[in-house]
Write a protein that binds this ligand. Structure first.
Ligand code: SAM
Length: 252
């Protein structure tokens, strides 16, 4: 998969994405990441890319033409029109489901705004998706672009060495992941649950699934509701949940 990031701060994104798992995946050729400096497409001698908004108001706005030219430069190298994501607090909230959907693309363009945002006319012309990483306002789209790239990349085959680790994870089936333990067997007086040491895979799977249900019920009842609505719990798991509910009512 190829990521093309349109930004005024290429070093920020390239430095952030050149280490650890994503950096290794790039070096091994599973991904490519390029940052296109929008400032290189400024059309005045001062290389400025922002101006005052018509109608007044605080702050500056990124102008349409440099953004458009930077986009044209990327699009001219591709065989088909790419999806272009504008990172914006006004967008649809990013989720694991969206990451899975974007991971199917060959090329993805990420447009990072700065200052008060970008002239609406170029957004209308090139943007296919508006994505927010949460209900708060950041100074720029660079961190959100990095968040998206990280979440999407780990779904690309080969990026995680152990491919199964992306298989059952938090948000799979609308459930949060079960608790995990590593050596030693006892730490600060706390023991690893004995079922995990039993070597009995069916029991381990059952315990993990139940722990996922317990956790999701406690921390994200909204997700558990979706999980039930989609029919993703077995009869036995629904019974387990019922008993959990009954026990918690008894204890209150
Ligand atoms: N004036 C804009 C508004 O009220 O919608 C906010 C502009 S913000 C200060 C500057 C840039 O940061 C945006 O153009 C966008 O690219 C990025 N940004 C800020 N918060 C974001 C968020 N929650 N998710 C994605 N991008 C965000």
């Amino acid at each position: 998969m190829n990521f093309h990031i349109m930004t005024l701060f290429p070093d920020m994104v390239m430095n952030g994405l050149s280490t650890s798992i994503i950096g290794r995946a790039v070096n091994q050729g599973y991904l490519s990441i390029e940052a296109i400096n929008i400032r290189d497409y400024a059309f005045n001698k001062h290389q400025s890319v922002d101006d005052y908004p018509y109608g007044g108001g605080a702050g500056m706005l990124m102008q349409a033409e440099p953004v458009y030219q930077a986009y044209e430069h990327i699009a001219s190298k591709l065989s088909k029109k790419p999806r272009v994501v504008y990172l914006s607090p006004q967008g649809k909230t990013f989720s694991q489901k969206m990451a899975e959907e974007f991971a199917k693309e060959e090329d993805l363009v990420l447009l990072c705004g700065h200052y008060e945002g970008i002239d609406e006319r170029v957004l209308e012309e090139i943007v296919t998706d508006y994505v927010s990483i949460g209900d708060y306002v950041l100074t720029g789209g660079e961190l959100p672009a990095m968040v998206m790239i990280d979440a999407i990349s780990r779904l690309i085959p080969g990026v995680l060495h152990n491919d199964v680790s992306a298989e059952f994870e938090t948000f799979q089936d609308y459930l949060l992941e079960y608790p995990q333990y590593s050596r030693p067997e006892e730490w600060h007086g706390k023991k690893v649950p004995s079922v995990l040491l039993s070597g009995h895979h069916a029991n381990i799977d059952k315990w993990r699934r139940e722990q996922s249900i317990v956790r999701t019920r406690k921390a994200r009842p909204d997700l558990l509701k979706k999980c039930i609505e989609q029919g993703l719990l077995s009869k036995k798991e629904l019974q387990f949940l019922k008993e959990l509910e009954e026990n918690s009512t008894k204890n209150t």
